[in-house]
Structures are given as C-alpha cells and as structure tokens.
Design a protein around this ligand. Sequence first.
Ligand code: UDX
Length: 440
Amino acid sequence: MQCPHIKVTVVDISAHRISQWNSEKLPIYEPGLDDIVKKRRNVNLFFSTNIEEAIQEADLIFISVNTPTKTFGVGKGRAADLMYVENCARTIAQVSTSDKIVVEKSTVPVRAAESILKILSANHKPNVKFQVLSNPEFLSEGVAVENLLNADRVLIGHEETADGLWAFKELSKVYLNWIPEEKILRTNTWSSELTKLGANAFLAQRISSINSLSVMCEVTGADVSEVAKGIGLDSRIGPKFLQASVGFGGSCFQKDLLNLVYICECLNIPQVAVYWQQVLDMNDYQKSRFSNKIIESLFNTVTGKRITMFGFAFKKDTGDTRESPAIHVAKTLLDEGANLNIYDPKVEPEQIKKDLTHPYVTDNPENVIKSIEIHNDPYTAADSTHAIVICTEWDEFVNLDYEKIYERMIKPAFIFDGRKILNHEVLATIGFQVHTIGKR
Ligand code: UDX
C-alpha cells in the first residue's frame, strides 16, 4: 500500500495456506487487512509456494516463520524452537545466487541473528554475501494494520560493521515510505532481539501486577477499576495495559516469558529467572481463580450443568485462540463434568474443537465432543443454561438484550464477567447473580 514501487512476494511451504491467501476468504481475520490484500494482490503483492524463485528474485528477505515453544528435548516447555528459522536460513543459503539482506522478524531468543549468519556464511555460494538484520515485530492482533501504519517505533538491529550499517540503511528506506525517520531506532542485533522479549515481558508484567491487586480487591472490598484508574493517572505509569482480566493469552506473552526465563537460567542468573517466572505464575493463578469461582458460586458443583461461554478468542477482534484463557476455563469446567455452550463471533467451530480435544486439555476427546455445543447465536447459546461466562471482551457482548437472555436461563441465573465489560448494576436489577474480577 505504502510502497507501490516494491514487489512483495509472500511464500509458504503450505499450498493450502497460499491458496487461502489467494482466495476471497483470507486465512486470518484482522480489521483492515482484507481491503489492503484485495487492492494490492497481483499488483505488487503476490502469494506463492515457489520459495526458490522468490528467494532468487529478492533483495530483502524477511524470515517470519513461527518459533513455538519446544515440546521435547533440552529446554522442553520453555525454550523457543528455532527449527523453522534454521530451515529458512539453510534454504536461503542454498538457493541464493546474488547478495541478500536477511531480516529476522520472528521473535527469537537473543543471539539468533548470529546463528542465522553462521548458517548463511557456512553454506553460501562463492561471490554471494549476506547481511542479517533483526527487525522485531511489535504488532498486536486485532489492531495489526493500525499498528503497522502508525508504529510507535521501528527497531532495526545490525551487525556493527560498515556492511551492517549499509544493510540497516536499505531496510530503513522501505520504512521511510511511511514512518518518520525519528521513529526508526538503530541498535546492535543483540539489543534489538532482547528489546522484543523485554517489551512483551514488561507488558505481561503490568497485567499480572494489576491482576495481583485484583485478588486483594476481592478480599478487602476495594474495586480494581478504581485502583487501576488511580494508578494509571500517574503520568510515569500511564493508563494502558492495566485492565484486570481472567488472565492474558495470545501467542507471544507466555512464549516469550518462558523463553526469557529459560535464557536467564542458561546464563546462570536464577534470580532473574525467578523474577520473570512469577509474572507467569500470577497469570496461571488468575485463570484458576476465575474458574474456581464459577464452580464455588454454582453451589460447589457443575456436574451435569450446562454453562454458556461468551468468547473463545484470546482477545477481541481476532479469531486467534492461542493460549486463550478461555481454554483454561473450559478445561476446568469440563473436568468437573459441566456441559458447555460456546459462542464466539470469529473463532471457527473446528478450532474450538481442536483446542478442547488437545492432549494437554483432555485424555478423553470423545467425551469432550459430547459435552460441548458450538453456537452461532448468543441467545440460543444461553438457552436453558445455569451461567454465562465472559472470556473475551467482544464489543457485541455489551449490547446484547440481557433481559431476553435472563428469561431463557435456569434460575438463579449467573454471569461471570471475566473481562469487566458489562454493566453489573443493570444486570443485578434484571435478576442476575453477577460475579466479576477485582470487586467483591
Ligand atoms: C502482544 C504485544 O502487545 C505485541 O506488541 C507483540 O508484538 C505480540 O504480543 P498480542 O498478543 O496480539 O500482542 O495481544 P495484546 O493486545 O498484547 O494482549 C495480550 C493479552 O493480554 C490478551 O489476552 C489481552 O486480552 C490481555 N490483556 C491486555 C489484559 O488482560 N489486560 C490488559 O490491560 C491488556
């Protein structure tokens, strides 16, 4: 959109993915993205599975593959798995016939740029030179296009050599088409990589900090919304990311924190590892607390009861469910023998089934499938259920007709607002038993 003079080719080994990107229905939902893709596709934006050709043609190559948490071997459950990044680097080295600037976009642990460069240098063809830059992604899902157009900053880390500086300037030229120069931050590759992990750790820490206070509020009678407002008005602290909730989810925070903790342990600084681990522990505690509150309030048993879940995505305006707190809540309720009616405006039913039958969640997938119903209407989802549990802060949940919903439910009808988005006084007047986070 901002660079009509640049040809961008997006390649993926999955032919299915690429065909989705070339179709009417894109594989992900992101506000504003459809419009951009439809305007630029086959003009200067191409989606292809011909990886070799795309590498050969390119001057700049962005590596944007996933770096999941390792599920086996050393660092299992915590270290980032760099297998896909490494494979990319090897392919680039193999096929390139001209000089390339390789940009590391995936969130990868500190020193990954160095590993990529080692692989490239050890395998390159004669007369082909590589420069590796670190250019971490700070997009939030749901507002990714907006974040991209109005980025707070663009961080580019480069090798501290003349060629490194040249590569930095080449990548800057791309961003300068829409980002003012003072927002482009130049660092060494190590700083750039650690900044990405650090920024996510700080954001997650704010949520865990306010969630820790939400626990105190529930015990003492303070109201966490009032407390958060008072804290956030301090200009040194600021108001953002202080919304107490059922806990944070998403593909980044947990993964990056686990990775940060693991790196600290490898660097033999256990004190720092424990410090950041606590942010994760607080999040697990918050998710469990909320689930347990539902069970306790429903007279200590949910066995055989039907409960409605509003929202399954890890936050609003996305269909992404990775590390969604809704999975934790659903698992706890299913383990206790509850039946669930689930409604989310953007998450595909197949995805919900996949998440809830995953081996981490259950060892009895057939039983889970029997216990859940996925609805495409919030009113039918609430029919003859004992409780509504709000797990995602979708705007549409605020304006539902709760009188109509109340009539359809079994009494006493409960609402557990895990996102603090509803008007609790109005709900109580209708007759609901209302429970929320950070308020007695
Ligand atoms: C995050 C970072 O914000 C982004 O910079 C990075 O590039 C990727 O990771 P994302 O995972 O898309 O982005 O979502 P984000 O908006 O940060 O929210 C993460 C989680 O925290 C969500 O589950 C959200 O609901 C929760 N959250 C956020 C709260 O519970 N309270 C808040 O005040 C803010």
